[in-house]
Design a protein around this ligand. Structure first.
Ligand SMILES: [Zn+2]
Length: 133
């Protein structure tokens, strides 16, 4: 859904004619769009940068399309590190969207460090389940 830009971000809802607040609820300083909430948003940048560092990729996070291209080019094969990084990417996207929905609909908020911790916990559980296969 995120890759295909089919999530109901407020920029898409506005294009469909709905009257919604289009500001990003993660940083409160940008128009919500897929590209913003998953790559340009300062909140998401901090979270993804922590994931990159944790996976041993010491580079800056990229714009959405460039990040997808980098992931596609570099995360190939079945090495454990590649599998773990793919799980981190999926967990990152899931948690950012979940956080967006918590803030927009439930008035709940987690800071970056709490979200990073939650993503790492999720990934650890997934890795342990792979080890049991
Ligand atoms: Zn933002």
């Amino acid at each position: 859904m995120a890759i295909l830009d089919r999530l109901p971000t407020t920029d898409r809802l506005q294009r469909m004619g709905l009257s919604v607040d289009g500001s990003c609820c993660l940083c409160a300083d940008g128009q919500e769009s897929r590209d913003h909430i998953f790559s340009a948003c300062p909140y998401s940048k901090l979270v993804w940068q922590a994931m990159l560092d944790h996976c041993g990729f010491h580079r800056a996070s990229l714009e959405w399309e460039a990040e997808l291209a980098w992931l596609s080019a570099n995360l190939r094969g079945k090495k454990m590190r590649v599998i773990v990084c793919k799980i981190f990417w999926c967990s990152f996207v899931y948690h950012i969207w979940e956080e967006r929905n918590y803030r927009r609909f439930r008035d709940k908020k987690r800071d970056c460090n709490t979200l990073i911790h939650s993503i790492k916990e999720t990934v650890n559980i997934r890795i342990q389940s792979i080890g049991h296969l």
